[in-house]
Write a protein of this length. Sequence first.
Length: 451
Amino acid sequence: MTTKYLLDESRIPTSWVNILPDLPGEPLPPLNPGTGQPAGPEDLTPIFPMGLIEQEVSAEPEIEIPEEVREIYKLWRPTPLIRARRLERALDTPAHIYYKYEGVSPAGSHKPNSAVAQAYYNKQAGIDRLVTETGAGQWGSALSLACRLFEMECEVFMVGVSYDQKPYRRAMIETWGGTVHRSPTDLTEAGRSQASHPSGSLGIAISEAVEIAAKSPDANYALGSVLNHVCLHQTVIGQESIDAMEMAGEYPDVVVGCVGGGSNFAGLIYPFVRANLRGGRTTRFLGAEPAACPTLTKGRYAYDFGDTVGMTPLMPMYTLGHDFVPPPVHAGGLRYHGDAPSLCALVKAGMVEATAVRQTEAFASAVQFASCEGIIPAPEAAHAIRATVDEALAAKEVGEERVILLGLSGHGHFDMSAYSAYHAGELEDLEFSEADMDEALGRLPEAPSIA
Ligand SMILES: Cc1ncc(COP(=O)(O)O)c(C=O)c1O
């Protein structure tokens, strides 16, 4: 019985899948917050290179991956597809569970798939310094690695609570030559304006990084999720999954992933979404988010800023309000007020489902997964594991041999303080405040209604 399905290096995809031409309805453009008009390339050129701006708005169904990027992908891609036979037995389920494991990358998650591509296009444009935010530390370390490989500088604003919880993520960023600041800082106006939120948030860290990049002619900004080009780069995950599942002689009935800004889930499902839309497949898609930051399940579908202070273009998405500061759950990479507009459009159209998972439930399932499969998952990925376990138990309930594909976006080797808290019985289910969300939604920017 085969456990691991391993593709040869020659099977690393040669192009990324661009879902934009497949999205239902008229595309909703990002808006310039000053004019209320669709944001054009000129709104983005101060902080992004043209190569990425073109990808952001491209209508091409596929975009070729540069050879230099594929060469670097070879350091860890193709990633393994693994059949979770031991977990299946522990759950006593007829479901077949497969997981696509992105934790084998040098940074330990899916994030380098986009970091390498973003560093490449910036380097091509003559940029030598990238500024970014990081939540869990995964994106910051991935970008630091990518910058090192392209001989660029990297500056990271790390969400305060993660900075405190994950000192070794900081050391990792520094090992690859990057510099790290605890956000909010007093280095930026945005940071100084948010000093009353010392735990920080992704939205605040994004504001700080954008402010620095916008002011520095030699530097650009890089975002670890949400934008179209980031989701695009992550589609290597879904494409490899299709090929590896073919080796296993199966096709998923349901695909499950965790959702922070949405890029890993988007990258996993978009090739399958295309197969549904163009190939008559009927796969279901299930995104798992934290109950403490329930953007897709409780947020409002509206135009909002991507950052806290209000510097980015307005994006059409499910949002909790740009200045909503989520409770400090351990899955720092899932503490974001919005989600990728492309993913939100699919949720809005009823083509993608979402579920909210409490952090204690996520850790219980992560420990069960580690006991069966060995891998200790990142707290973010633990949310998807919980949703997968629930799917497998539902399949058992109805006696169905359901094929489930789980996106295991990263390992948790730098998140062990969270596991310690869980083992000591100290991990709490931090409450989501509906009242705080309503207040934040009251401060949404003026924009056309899309609900
Ligand atoms: C391991 C891991 N999984 C998932 C995420 C969520 O990010 P996204 O939804 O953008 O893929 C993160 C973000 O930091 C992460 O570190």
